[in-house]
Design a protein around this ligand. Sequence first.
Ligand SMILES: [Zn+2]
Ligand SMILES: [Zn+2]
Length: 227
Amino acid sequence: MNIEYLLNYLLHMPIWALWLLFLVENLLITCSILLIGRFFHKDTPTSAEWTMCIITNILNTVITYAGFWMWKHHIIHITTVWSWQVLPDFLLLFIGMDLLMFLFHLTIHKTFLYKAVHQLHHAYTDPSPIDLFVLHPVETIGFGALWLLLLVVYPFNFYAVMIYLTVNVIFGLAGHLGVEPLPVQVRNLPIVRYLGTSTFHHQHHQDINYNFGFYTSIWDRLFKTYK
Ligand SMILES: [Zn+2]
Ligand SMILES: [Zn+2]
């Protein structure tokens, strides 16, 4: 299906149908993460974890709708041509969001926000996949606002955005998998050694003074918080 046609179709959908579509999309992503995660981590989530997971899904639906609304009102611009531009746009999203989220995460840890907001996510020193969604509403909205901010300042390519969102889900799942699926030889490969592996984020849950990055360890290496 042509992307222009698909986006145009969304513009003409009733608002209630868009909200429903974005909610279903977010729930499907969450279900995929939980289903894949079950292969690695057999723990049954608690009712508190389920509650926070549902709240995070509702807030992510609000953020998705906000992004759509901003695109509809020409605050966010998206290019739709499949070209070489997809690669640099993806890398810009990957590195840009990694830096913004690193700074946000570090700020949360080093201020009153840790106790007020982020302690909830750190209740789990051995996290399981659902804990990716166990976030305080302030964090979910904060990450969403950073995402929308990046989309406002630069007209990213549609395919780069889709690839980035998929990669974001893979890294989020990896960080809360509870086990390390990559053998040490793979983790020591030239580019892979700078990526945020399962071990990398698991270490952050074990010791909250290190590894504030998400997709890469480059910001932690620069800020001397790498372990
Ligand atoms: Zn975590
Ligand atoms: Zn943290």
